[in-house]
Write a protein that binds this ligand. Sequence first.
Ligand code: CA
Length: 222
Amino acid sequence: MNRILIIEDELRIAAFLEKGLKASGFTTTTVGDGKLAVEMVFGDRFDLIILDLGLPGKDGLTILEELRGQGVQTPVIILTARDDIQDKVVGFEAGADDYVTKPFRFEELLARIRARLRNSGSNENQFEKELRFNNVTLNLQTRRVHVGDRIVELSAREFTLAETLLRHPNQVMSREQLLDHVWGCDYNISSNIVDVYIGYLRKKLGENFVKTIRGMGYSCRV
Ligand code: CA
């Protein structure tokens, strides 16, 4: 079943979307705050995002730029009352896949959602469920982590760090790259935080989970 994230602060519209999408066979999650929305995208897996532009916390275009800047390729349909042509251009430049202006007919939005999902080839079968390295397994859907048969609790940040490393097996990831991927590029903190979290991961997943490549960064390599 395709999972759709609705980023919309207007409760009436959010409820309307949820109801229609559920009736059409989708699973939906709704978030009304911009900052929280970004965290949700990184903390979970969605097949498509419906994005309002005027949002508290962080506006839609900033969210979109941030997601695309960090390599998130989930299709995004902007849904907004701003029908100004300039906004559309900016939206597409920021990486939107489609643009629907309010007021809209649900059928039109649904048709566009289906078209996007077809294009992105997203479906349950191709859905990547697990990442493995040695005896460590990350389940990307349930967010469960196993070391051998043992379930290990990771914080959201630790999970994202482990996931980032495992998505680039045998590559060396610099502290800056990890900081960008896991904490966000505008995160104004020292890169020492990466070393601290690598330490947490080693404690929980085993010393050999990630190797230190002196002067360069970290790597999950056999
Ligand atoms: Ca709004």
